[in-house]
Structures are given as C-alpha cells and as structure tokens.
Ligand binder design. Structure first.
Ligand code: PZK
Length: 303
C-alpha cells in the first residue's frame, strides 16, 4: 500500500505533496517524508518504486551539503536514531527517506531557474515570446539551451493545479523588492553551481524549483527538497536533441510504458509491470550514484 500520512496517524499532519508528506514535530520543527510513490504526466500512479523516497532524500541531503557555503538549509537531522522521542514508533518507516527540519516561515513564491526551454516555460514562450517577463530570441524549440539561465518565479499552486509563472516585478510586489532580489540572486547562483556539477557527470540540469523560508532568527534558508528528479528536469547529455520532448533521466521507462498502453491520461494511472518498476528503481539509484559519487548502499548504511 503506498505510504500515506495515515501510516503516521499519531503525528500532526501539515500537508501532502504528490509523493511526499509534511508533519509538525513540536512547535519549531517539521518532518519531510518522501514516499516511494511516483507521478507521470501529473498523475500519481498506484505502483510504488522501491527506494525512490530514499534516493530523493539522499540526493537532497547531498545537495544541501554541496550548497552550504552559498546558503544555509532548513535541515536539522536525517539520522532517525536521533529523532525526537515522538517519532520513535515510526523509526523504520522513516529511515533514509525523511528529514527533520527547522519550521520556517515559508516564502510564498516558487523560485524556478531554467537553463533550457521546456514545459510551462516553452508554452509561455510560444504564446508570448517571453517567460516570466524575460524576452527570448526567436526560433527556440522544445529543449533549446537558453542564452543564459533565467529566473522565472511562480505562484505556489494547490496540489493538482499548476503553478503560474509570474514576472519578477509581480514577485517583488508580493514579497517585497529586497527579498525578491535576494531570491533571484540565490536561485541563479545555486542553479549555476548545480548545472556545472551535473554537466561534469554527463547530466544536463534543464530547470529546477527551490523553496525558501525564514527561521525564527530571520535567517533565510533553502528548504523543501532540492535538485531531485521530482523538483528538477535532468536530461542525459548524450541524448539531448532540441526540437522534441527530451528523454527524462528517471521517468522515461514509465512514460514509454504508459504511452505504449494507450492509457487515457484523464483516467487513473495503471499498475506498472515489474520490469518497468525495476528499471525505474535502477535509474533512481544510478542518478544518486552518478551525481554524488557515493554508492546507494553506503548511503543506506549511514541513515
Ligand atoms: N520544507 C519545508 C518547510 C519548513 N522547513 N518549514 C515549514 N514549512 C515547510 C513546508 C511547507 N510546505 N512545504 C512543501 C511540502 C508540502 C507537502 C509535503 C511536503 F513534503 C512538502 C514545505
């Protein structure tokens, strides 16, 4: 049965993402739990991918470390054996797939950086010639590399709805000029470093979404998950072909299977065959090991 917040019935549930749960821990901490659920074409599928939650949690933790000189994170601990006593009944369900974090006052803007044109950015470009107020050269196609990475803030839509790209001026109007400028600076700086690191490993970071919040001392911290295949588009460099939908590093087997079945995307997602589940699990483990240089088995032995 896919992990749902009912499995943590004794905890104070704050919210659900498509494949994640958020709980309050005391007054000043939250617990982010990544399930093994997977979504494709915006539909959460009924079949879980073993290890997916642990891979994405391990990736976030690694990226937070890589970025610590640029921005502090919200993470307090990922060692379940050191979690507060109220979490003890759930230790094994949380091992490797959870982060105990400072409870932040979240900034109500999704901070998106794009190095390549696709998804909602491509749709905005095809309609207006721009993305979030950034005028772009003519003739760009799906998968085109942008002349330089751009910051395209968006609203935070409820689950099941799409975030709406907004201009930087609109973002400043919502959160203030100074904070808006700081978020833009940080978002592009982090994206630049992550892009170089991924490219060194033969992976193109097409775009990503960051969330930030302020702690009780007013310090701005990088929050949520970071630079995972769920919050970002990662493309294998050797199959990059502008002009068509790019193969997803992690979800292509699932996309190809769903397309092969003729599945109606307005219908519930079908169960996945075992070979597609295993191939996808392997892709997630490969993504972790290729990006971090750490064996996934070693990650699991540290949590
Ligand atoms: N990160 C973080 C965070 C924090 N450190 N303090 C307070 N709130 C949040 C927070 C609020 N919304 N989300 C997104 C979200 C929603 C649902 C499930 C999830 F796993 C994640 C995260």
């Amino acid at each position: 049965m896919p992990l749902t917040h009912e499995e943590f019935a004794g905890l104070t549930h704050l919210g659900s993402g498509k494949v994640r749960e958020l709980f309050a821990v005391g007054d000043d901490a939250v617990l982010l739990v990544a399930s093994d659920r997977i979504s494709a074409f915006d539909v959460v599928l009924p079949t879980e991918i073993p290890d997916k939650g642990a891979v994405l949690t391990g990736l976030s933790l690694w990226w937070f470390d890589q970025l610590a000189d640029l921005v502090p994170s919200h993470v307090v601990s990922s060692n379940v054996d050191e979690y507060p006593a109220e979490l003890t009944p759930y230790t094994e369900q949380l091992r490797g797939r959870s982060m105990l974090c400072r409870r932040l006052n979240m900034v109500q803007i999704e901070c998106v950086a794009r190095g390549y044109l696709t998804g909602s950015g491509l749709k905005d470009y095809q309609r207006t010639g721009a993305v979030s107020g950034h005028p772009l050269p003519t003739g760009l196609v799906d998968g085109s590399k942008l002349p330089a990475p751009i910051y395209t803030p968006s609203t935070k839509a409820p689950i099941g709805e799409h975030d709406e790209n907004i201009s930087r001026a609109d973002a400043a109007g919502r959160i203030g000029t100074e904070l808006a400028a700081e978020l833009e600076r940080l978002t592009l700086q982090i994206f630049g470093r992550a892009s170089v690191l991924a490219a060194e490993r033969g992976i193109l970071l097409a775009d990503t979404k960051f969330e930030f919040g302020h702690d009780t001392q007013g310090t701005l911290r990088l929050a949520d998950e970071v630079l995972t295949p769920d919050s970002s588009r990662f493309w294998p460099e050797d199959t990059w072909r502008p002009g068509a939908s790019q193969p997803s590093f992690d979800k292509q087997y699932i996309r190809d299977y769903l397309t092969s079945t003729g599945w109606d995307r307005t219908a519930p997602g079908p169960e996945l065959p075992a070979d597609v589940v295993e191939a996808t699990r392997v892709r997630y483990v490969e993504a972790y090991e290729r990006l971090t240089g750490i064996s996934f088995k070693d990650y699991l032995s540290t949590v």
